[in-house]
Design a protein around this ligand. Structure first.
Ligand code: A2P
Length: 286
């Protein structure tokens, strides 16, 4: 079951902040017209949640689109992420200011540590994350960010963070799609009160090649994209489908008029490898 009826319906973070239940992903969307138009299109279609990151290189266009949209700032949820080359208290605060400057905004709705164990800090990631988190907590307390969280963190990274954290992350954003459901990690995060965001809900496009998804989608008279966004919501995730195409953005958001049978939800969850697998955050070379 999913309680949602439209793009402005929300999950509630553990600090009471409301976060729209589907967000537009912008990974691999180059800065400039493409990113600008994608965000403008998404907002005019009704999306109220945009997910970017310093490393995507498109914060300037994303922010400009948010500002030009004519939609009041407090009705758009904007997320960005701290990249792996930055750790430490002052460094994190500086990177945050740079992100805000690029976006042209005066606060962020959500700021995430992008990866738990960057290649450049592998010998001291725990201490590095602890200092970074302290800066994020202070920015949060100062009212510069409405919510703070993590991305790509596994249980042991979270355990380590919580040794010194004062504030439990409000979100963990991880790769989640059929066959890559990280059930133990999701249960662990939920137990701590985190909302789970799902990036690459289409396996960065791999899902469109899977014949069985087409068969299941056809049963509901829906497309594969709609099947997977709906599945993500019924799993209790917050999907972040990426598209730069207005018609596909609209399609990806047209998921509130049908319900997948529990058997199909479970079957999709169990299709191991169907959409590829996640990188191991402890061995990535970035
Ligand atoms: P495009 O941006 O040209 O629409 P993910 O969200 O898992 O990272 O997947 C993103 C990929 O899926 C992109 O290549 C995107 O291409 C494609 N995509 C997004 N929505 C749809 C859709 N409704 N139908 C087909 N492809 C889609």
């Amino acid at each position: 079951m999913s309680k949602f009826t439209g793009l402005t319906d929300t999950y509630t973070l553990h600090n009471g902040v409301e976060i729209p239940c589907i967000g537009l992903g912008t990974w691999q969307v180059p800065d400039g017209d493409l990113a600008y138009n994608a965000v403008r299109d998404a907002l005019s279609i009704g999306y109220r949640h945009v997910d970017t990151a310093a490393v995507y290189g498109n914060e300037e266009s994303v922010g400009r689109a948010v500002r030009d949209s004519g939609i009041p700032r407090d009705q758009i949820f904007v997320t960005s992420k701290l990249w792996n080359t930055v750790r430490g208290y002052n460094e994190t605060k500086e990177a945050f200011e740079e992100t805000l400057r690029k976006l042209g905004l005066d606060y962020l709705d959500l700021y995430l540590i992008h990866w738990p164990n960057p290649a450049g800090f592998r010998d001291r990631w725990k201490e590095a994350n602890a200092e970074t988190w302290r800066a994020m907590e202070d920015l949060y307390k100062e009212g510069r960010i409405r919510a703070i969280g993590i991305s790509n963190f596994l249980e042991h990274h979270i355990e380590a963070l919580l040794e010194t954290a004062e504030i439990i992350p409000m979100v963990n954003q991880i790769r989640l799609c059929p066959g890559d459901t990280k059930a133990d990690l999701v249960a662990y995060c939920r137990d701590k009160g985190m909302v789970i965001e799902a990036y690459s809900p289409f396996g960065t496009g791999k899902a469109f090649e899977v014949p069985e998804f087409k068969q299941i989608a056809a049963k509901y008279n829906k497309t594969v994209a709609q099947l997977l966004v709906r599945w993500s919501l019924q799993m209790g995730f917050l999907p972040l489908p990426k598209s730069t195409n207005a018609a596909r953005m609209k399609e990806n958001a047209d998921v509130f008029d049908f319900e997948l049978d529990e058997d199909d939800v479970a079957h999709l969850a169990g299709m191991t490898g169907a959409c590829g697998e996640s990188w191991d955050p402890d061995t990535v070379d970035w």
